[in-house]
Design a protein around this ligand. Structure first.
Ligand SMILES: Cc1cc2nc3c(=O)[nH]c(=O)nc-3n(C[C@H](O)[C@H](O)[C@H](O)COP(=O)(O)O)c2cc1C
Length: 173
């Protein structure tokens, strides 16, 4: 299965980026470029979308499934990730997220692990037409998890959500 991992932080040493990299490695998938490469969504740009948008759309279209890893900002997702979903949700009714299997993951250094952000992310992805898989995945204390190597637990959780929901015909042998 061709899995693409998107991460929602611009920060250089981002925990969610590191978790995304661990998920991409553990799922034998690919880590998408940082979403900072995208310009702000602007409907005026829609007739001729910037190359970075077309590149990301093509990568999402080619993926069998997405994993989106978000930090929590003020109880929801960062604007950076919302901006990417806006681009991916267009053209209206025909965006590359339509019918795309997606696992939403939130991570935070706090104990609650981005529980509010993952709900917001699942709602947003569902509104854009994605097929949101499994139960919400939250990762509290993400920095220590990355240090002690237990990111494997999160890889298994996400792999389970993908395996249980993606039809067998599209699974890797
Ligand atoms: C603007 C802002 C708002 C934040 N709001 C929350 C929050 O609501 N819940 C939370 O658990 N952490 C919050 N944090 C802390 C982030 O979880 C922390 O900075 C984390 O490292 C961000 O993810 P990253 O490491 O991938 O960049 C906030 C951080 C920023 C910069």
């Amino acid at each position: 299965m061709n899995v693409l991992v998107l991460t929602g932080s611009a920060r250089r040493d981002s925990y969610t980026r590191r978790l995304g990299a661990a998920l991409a490695a553990g799922l034998d998938g690919a880590l998408a470029p940082r979403l900072t490469v995208l310009p702000f969504f602007d409907q005026d740009l829609e007739p001729a979308p910037p190359a970075e948008v077309e590149t990301l759309r093509a990568a999402v279209a080619a993926a069998d499934a997405l994993v989106v890893v978000t930090p929590e900002y003020n109880g929801t997702i960062p604007g950076l990730l919302g901006n990417a979903v806006d681009w991916l949700s267009r053209p209206y009714g025909a965006g590359v997220l339509r019918g795309k299997p997606v696992v939403a993951v939130a991570a935070s250094p706090g104990e609650v692990g981005g529980a509010r952000a993952v709900v917001a992310l699942r709602t947003l992805l569902g509104n854009a037409g994605a097929e949101v898989l499994g139960a919400p995945v939250t990762v509290g204390g993400v920095q220590s998890l990355l240090e002690d190597g237990t990111a494997e637990r999160v890889v298994r959780q996400v792999a389970d959500a993908l395996d249980r929901t993606v039809p067998p015909a599209t699974r890797a042998a």
